[in-house]
Design a protein around this ligand. Structure first.
Ligand code: ZN
Ligand code: ZN
Length: 259
């Protein structure tokens, strides 16, 4: 048996390595773009954060390596073994299922993120896994994947597991990964890229943007969600929207902050 396992293990290893490289390049390109944009629209915002940003990049590249492993294994199985419920023929499912599948992926990811994130704010888990992410004070566009490997692992398995459970068109899967990347960076870059009518309007009451997640980084308690305020609201952990200017002044004042 081991004799014919050889070529497969090599192919799976190469697939994982390729995926890790893709995630790393995607991170450097997207975070790099938003860091550049930040220098244009908020000059000076990242001043004196060079050491922190280098650390964010190191942790993020390690996360990229971890993210690539389950993704690479599943990509190999999809290609060679017909694994997963990923489909390429758009007519394989009714058209109304296409937007629904996008929502299902975002909601499932958000649910997983909310509960694991909340758990990681318990003292023991915080210390071994989540403290790294909160060492960024305030986070920058480079902090999107700045996680300890334990935390990166919890994030790395979500989408590779979901593709076995929820049918998804390859284009929607690409959209999920794009939304994940852009929102992950946007929520950490220290300023709001969405217009006021979204953030402070009806949409902003349901969706999470930088103004919401920044408050998590200031208060440490509450606002645990990823895309939707749904779980925070029904669990009573939503502490409302932040205020970037004020937040920077009070960030050492402790965990209590008005919501
Ligand atoms: Zn946190
Ligand atoms: Zn964060």
């Amino acid at each position: 048996m081991p004799s014919h396992m050889g070529p497969h293990s090599t192919a799976i290893f190469l697939s994982a390595l390729t995926m890790s490289a893709i995630v790393a390049i995607r991170y450097l390109a997207t975070s790099g773009f938003f860091a550049w944009l930040t220098r244009r629209v908020r000059p000076g915002l990242y001043d004196r954060l060079d050491t922190q940003m280098r650390r964010e990049i190191r942790w993020s590249l390690m996360s990229a390596a971890i993210y690539g492993i389950p993704a690479g294994i599943v990509a190999w199985g999809w290609d060679n073994r017909g694994w997963t419920q990923i489909y390429t023929d758009i007519s394989a499912y009714p058209l109304w299922y296409v937007p629904l599948s996008l929502f299902l992926y975002l909601f499932a990811h958000d649910t997983w993120f909310y509960w694991t994130h909340r758990l990681m704010h318990r003292p023991w888990w915080f210390k071994i896994a989540h403290a790294v992410h909160h060492e960024s004070r305030p986070p920058t566009a480079w902090a999107a994947m700045s996680f300890h490997p334990w935390e990166a692992l919890t994030g790395a398995i979500v989408i590779p597991l979901l593709v076995f459970i929820i049918p998804v068109h390859i284009g929607i899967l690409a959209a999920v990964l794009t939304i994940m990347t852009v929102m992950g960076i946007g929520n950490h870059m220290g300023w709001e890229m969405f217009p006021r009518w979204i953030v402070h309007g009806p949409l902003g009451r349901a969706l999470i943007t930088a103004t919401h997640h920044q408050k998590h980084h200031e208060a440490y308690r509450g606002n645990y969600g990823l895309y939707f305020r749904f779980w925070d609201k029904i669990c009573g952990t939503d502490i409302g929207l932040g205020d970037f200017g004020l937040g920077r002044g009070i960030r050492n004042a402790g965990p209590r902050s008005r919501g």
